[in-house]
Design a protein around this ligand. Structure first.
Ligand SMILES: Cc1cc2nc3c(=O)[nH]c(=O)nc-3n(C[C@H](O)[C@H](O)[C@H](O)COP(=O)(O)OP(=O)(O)OC[C@H]3O[C@@H](n4cnc5c(N)ncnc54)[C@H](O)[C@@H]3O)c2cc1C
Length: 493
């Protein structure tokens, strides 16, 4: 027995075997002798859709940070995706456009796979299934938590075989990790144990996705790796994204928020694609063979739980992934945040094993809450530009109006100067690869504002005067603290 095996003790139970659950299980397998992944679905033996992850028909992209962490926990997964027919990004070009202009990025130096969510999850799941100590209990639904008589510790879960009426079983665990996704019942379970759970922060977003898949005719040359046409949110013009996936297929999605949903009618899909701010997506799908009609997905609201702000919390329980906070899918942050939370879980477990201290779980949740904060704020700030989107949180979001106007000018500047670096930096921050402070370095703010139209400059000058600062100092005066603390770090990208 080696030293790692010796240090593994006890049993951890993970609720849910989707992306966050698989990542959590992989991390826990370094610390627990046995990791039981309890999943209510009958998990397919191939890259197929399943009921527990209804979002899986829709495009799922990984960000650089998510890729880096998935590769760390499941080495070689990208190569495996390519081996299953996922197209590589290598030497391809990306067509990025918004209301201010067009940027063509490439040739791509990376060999990243682009594929369906079903293929991604299947490859990662097979990797997790091969890890010693991880076991999957499928078609088993967790219906509640087991606890010590005083409710101070969670000691396991109550499970029921799906499809069978009565028959409940208990599973004892030293640690339970909830990764049951957006429909998580954790808040109710905690309330049953007597915990006072604060109301979550909510963004009433009413977003609509309409996704269509296509067969690419044999011999047709690939034009783009990715087409991303950002909508004009304030006027309700949709966003569109297009890209190739495995087995000679491609997918496109139309997205809008605020309750005005993109069409799911086969007849009008191409027409709506043609009304985006750039015609390139409509041109890309024109000669492809549609595989069935478009499919809709709607998200009424984004929810950020405030578990990390609770004053008491049971020992032996943690939560991560969408069950903690879920994001606007158009930014592709969900799996990345889940990977970062898994990395943080690893760090917290290591510290705890080296130096056990009471309150480990609540400290870990507090750190996850901090990790989530920038992604949540960036999501809300962008989404609030759509008419009809409303925020209801414990505290108002800081600096939203300034940020919206500044980021608008930032994009104008990036397009006017054809700066791939600035455009890429915005994506890098949005996908949690670079610190937010990089977007508001004083010299950059000065350059962005110098190129802004007169009316906008007047608005920024008046705001600066109101706060008794220079315009370049507005970010420090108005934006949340993570813009300041992160600014000191070296950029990752
Ligand atoms: C339309 C759409 C597009 C998206 N696009 C992207 C993208 O491009 N990039 C990206 O990174 N993210 C994207 N996301 C987000 C991404 O899908 C999630 O963030 C990611 O799957 C991680 O979620 P999760 O594992 O926490 O939960 P989920 O994926 O929702 O999985 C929860 C799992 O728990 C199981 N479960 C639930 N309750 C129980 C129970 N009581 N007992 C047992 N099992 C249970 C479910 O069956 C399921 O397997 C998108 C989301 C949507 C809605």
């Amino acid at each position: 027995m080696n030293s790692t095996q010796e240090s593994r003790q006890g049993t951890a139970v993970v609720i849910g075997g989707s992306m966050a659950g698989l990542l959590a299980a992989r991390v826990l397998s370094d610390f627990y002798r046995e990791v039981l992944v309890v999943e209510k679905d009958d998990l397919p033996n191939g890259p197929e859709l399943r009921p527990g992850t209804p979002q899986a028909f829709h495009p799922h992209r990984l960000t650089p940070r998510g890729l880096e962490l998935l590769e760390r926990y499941f080495p070689g997964f990208n190569e495996e995706l390519l081996g299953h027919g996922a197209p590589s990004s290598l030497n391809g070009f990306n067509h990025m456009s918004n209301e201010h202009g067009i940027l063509v990025l490439g040739p791509d130096p990376d060999n990243n796979a682009s594929c369906t969510r079903a293929l991604l999850e299947w490859v990662i799941r097979r990797r997790a299934q091969a890890v010693p100590g991880i076991r999957f209990l499928t078609k088993q639904e967790v219906t509640g938590l087991l606890s010590s008589p005083d409710g101070a510790s969670v000691t396991g879960v109550l499970i029921r075989e799906r499809g069978s009426e009565g028959q409940r079983r208990t599973l004892a665990a030293d640690l339970v990790v909830e990764t049951g996704g957006r429909a998580s019942r954790l808040t109710a379970w905690l309330s049953e144990l007597g915990y006072e759970v604060p109301a979550p922060d909510r963004l009433h977003l009413n977003l609509g996705y309409s996704t269509r898949r296509y067969r690419v005719p044999e011999g047709m040359e690939r034009t783009w790796n990715v087409i991303h046409t950002s909508g004009r949110a304030s006027e309700g013009t949709a966003t569109g994204v297009f890209g190739p996936i495995e087995n000679g297929l491609a997918e496109s999605v139309l997205y809008s928020a605020g309750g005005v949903y993109p069409t799911t009618e086969a007849e009008s899909y191409a027409q709506e694609a043609g009304a985006l701010t750039s015609p390139v997506l409509a041109e890309a799908i024109r000669d492809l063979e549609p595989l069935g009609p478009p499919r809709a997905f709607r998200v009424p609201e984004l929810v950020r739980r405030r578990y990390g702000h609770m004053t008491s919390w049971p020992a032996g329980l943690l939560v991560l992934g969408d069950a903690f906070c879920h994001f606007d899918p158009i930014f592709g942050q969900g799996i990345t945040v889940a990977s970062m939370e898994a990395e943080l879980l690893e760090e917290c477990l290591r510290e705890e094993r080296e130096q056990p201290r009471a309150g480990f779980e609540l400290r870990a949740l507090g750190r996850m809450q901090e990790l989530i904060e920038p992604a949540w704020w960036l999501n809300c700030t962008a989404a609030l530009r759509w008419k009809g989107v409303e925020y209801a949180g414990a505290a108002p979001l800081e600096g939203v109006e300034f940020a919206q106007r500044y980021f608008d000018q930032y994009h104008r500047h990036a397009m006017q100067t054809q700066s791939m670096e600035l455009y890429g930096l915005f994506w890098a921050v949005n996908t949690l690869f670079a610190p937010p402070g990089e977007l508001v370095r004083p010299e950059l703010v000065e350059a962005v504002l110098a190129g802004a139209p007169e009316t906008d400059r007047t608005w920024f000058d008046a705001l600066a005067q109101q706060h008794g600062v220079r315009p370049a100092e507005l970010p420090a005066a108005l934006l949340p603290a993570f813009f300041r603390s992160a600014a000191a770090e070296a950029p990752r990208a």
